[in-house]
Ligand binder design. Structure first.
Ligand SMILES: NC(=O)c1ccc[n+]([C@@H]2O[C@H](COP(=O)([O-])OP(=O)(O)OC[C@H]3O[C@@H](n4cnc5c(N)ncnc54)[C@H](OP(=O)(O)O)[C@@H]3O)[C@@H](O)[C@H]2O)c1
Length: 256
């Protein structure tokens, strides 16, 4: 099986790094010549990666084609390509609905939308995708945790959650700043919150969030106290507001 990438930018680099370091790699990977520096770097690092002369060269050589160009140029680029009926296309392109990309990639058999994170390079992180497809799920499982969305609105909801990376980082920074303001040195505060978040993420692997919250909230303990304080102030509501605003943008009229 040969995998192709049209658009060799940040997310393609992450996906290729992840795929090439996964157990049992070995399939051929063909990337498009733009970005030239990224394409050359990947071909130099991984013997199974080659650079096609152009985008059509990627499509011609591949069984599964990833579309990884930016939204404003995506339609124009994909419209100029010829696909085969045996191919599967995975569109990573934001904002362009599945039906549009499916029409542009006819007669390709399958069109799936997916949203990996840059952490795919380390084979970590959720990858929302829609619709469900066994082959695509098996492929994505090599670089993260695929989560099938039941419909496109649900897919947009999961994609919206990826907008919480910076807010989450800012929240951790807030905790660090609070510790520093009380006299904990910067280095110790940073070391503490980073290890703390790592351990929270690990605990979240073992328990559903509702269970984790319950277990940590010992009656009369400091977790129960802090959670009650936040809930009384509706202090988690701004996160819902932020997600609503991102979700609304995802469903706004699309760039053509
Ligand atoms: N980054 C993420 O975390 C992420 C996650 C999920 C989905 N996505 C989606 O993936 C897509 C790519 O995102 P990105 O972050 O990888 O963007 P990016 O780094 O800007 O990569 C896009 C690449 O497309 C290349 N390109 C421009 N015109 C082209 C053409 N005519 N033919 C082939 N390639 C062309 C650009 O090359 P030059 O550098 O030479 O201009 C650039 O390297 C976007 O639609 C984004 O929504 C991104």
């Amino acid at each position: 099986m040969t995998l192709g990438f049209v658009g060799t930018g940040h997310i393609t680099v992450a996906m290729v790094e992840g795929l090439c370091s996964a157990p049992l790699p070995g399939e051929g990977i063909v990337v498009s010549p733009r970005n030239a520096a990224n394409a050359a770097m990947l071909a130099k690092r991984f013997t199974n990666v080659t650079v096609a002369p152009d985008n059509q060269g990627v499509v011609d050589a591949s069984d599964i084609v990833f579309l990884a160009v930016r939204p404003p140029v995506a339609s124009e680029i994909v419209r100029g390509l010829r696909f085969r009926s045996t191919q599967t296309v995975i569109s990573l392109v934001a904002l362009h609905p599945r039906e549009e990309m499916r029409a542009l990639t006819q007669p390709a058999a399958v069109l799936v939308r997916a949203v990996p994170l840059p952490s795919a390079a380390r084979r970590l992180g959720p990858i929302a995708y829609f619709p469900h497809d066994e082959t695509v799920e098996a492929l994505l499982a090599r670089v993260g945790t695929p989560v099938a969305a039941p419909d496109e609105a649900a897919f947009h909801r999961l994609w919206s959650l990826t907008g919480l990376i910076s807010p989450f980082a800012a929240l951790i920074e807030e905790w660090q700043g609070w510790a520093e303001a009380g006299g904990v040195g910067r280095e110790a505060a940073e070391q503490y919150v980073r290890a703390f978040v790592h351990c929270l993420a690990d605990m979240a692997q073992d328990l559903p969030p509702v269970e984790l919250a319950k277990r940590a909230a010992t009656p009369g303990g400091i977790n129960e106290q802090a959670l009650r304080f936040l809930r009384e102030k509706d202090g988690l509501a701004p996160f819902r507001g932020a997600l609503d605003s991102v979700f609304a943008r995802m469903n706004a009229p699309k760039p053509r």
